[in-house]
Write a protein that binds this ligand. Structure first.
Ligand SMILES: N[C@@H](CCC(=O)N[C@@H](CSO)C(=O)NCC(=O)O)C(=O)O
Length: 218
């Protein structure tokens, strides 16, 4: 049977883009299916009945859910090229630690920057920069979180990098002065072919952010 790889996704998603990047880093042919999150497809509900969220990778009919779980699965199935996670167990544990930090500490302030205003948004901006500064310190003088290579933590962060411009414009602030080396790494990641081919025009995400901001931030 020919290999079937389907990705249920949503184009502006900072989580969905992680799966797209991983598939392209491995050169895996896949069928992209755009979901309308206000009218989820029966396939999405069937393949991710617990969270009913994208991304969902469907590999030969079997679903894999949660973006960084999908990325690790891709790395392990197509393990013969472009490794994403380190081979050393300790380095793997450290990569998973930082991805957990990113997804538990960065999501809420990032979300509040575009969905709130006034004092609540100012607090979110301060928290966002505070968390980014911890990541900047972890990055140190490495080109990537993966060291010389683009890896698991970089893929996790590229979801957020793709929203940096929208966050800055919604929050009327600039990340660069606070986190110069993180921004340099972000630019490196955003220029990678797998990332360029996975992201729309950054202006499209900015336009999308302002559109949903009007709905949430009344
Ligand atoms: N922890 C998960 C988060 C995915 C998610 O929030 N997906 C959103 C779209 S992007 O904001 C989603 O599917 N939302 C639909 C819903 O909440 O009903 C992951 O890493 O895959």
């Amino acid at each position: 049977m020919a290999e079937e790889v389907i990705l249920l996704d949503f184009w502006p998603s900072p989580f969905g883009v992680r799966a797209r990047i991983a598939l392209r880093e491995k050169g895996v042919e896949f069928e992209y299916r755009e979901e309308n999150l206000r009218d989820k497809s029966p396939l999405l509900l069937q393949m991710n009945p617990v969270h009913k969220k994208i991304p969902v990778l469907i590999h030969n009919g079997k679903p894999v859910c949660e973006s960084m779980n999908v990325v690790q699965y891709i790395d392990e199935v197509w393990s013969d090229r472009n490794p994403i996670l380190p081979s050393d167990p300790y380095q793997r544990a450290q990569a998973r630690f930082w991805v957990d930090f990113i997804d538990t500490k960065l999501y809420e302030p990032a979300d509040k920057i575009w969905s709130t205003k006034g004092e609540e948004q100012e607090t979110a901006k301060k928290k966002y920069i505070e968390v980014l500064k911890v990541l900047e310190s972890e990055l140190g003088d490495k080109p990537y979180f993966g060291g010389d290579n683009f890896g698991y933590v970089d893929i996790a962060m590229t979801g957020y990098y793709s929203w940096f411009e929208a966050s800055e414009k919604c929050g009327n602030f600039s990340i660069e002065p606070e986190c110069p080396t993180l921004m340099a790494s972000a630019r490196r990641c955003l220029q990678r072919e797998s990332v360029v081919n996975s992201l729309g025009d950054s202006e499209e995400i900015v336009a999308f952010a302002f559109k949903i901001r009007k709905i949430y931030c009344v």
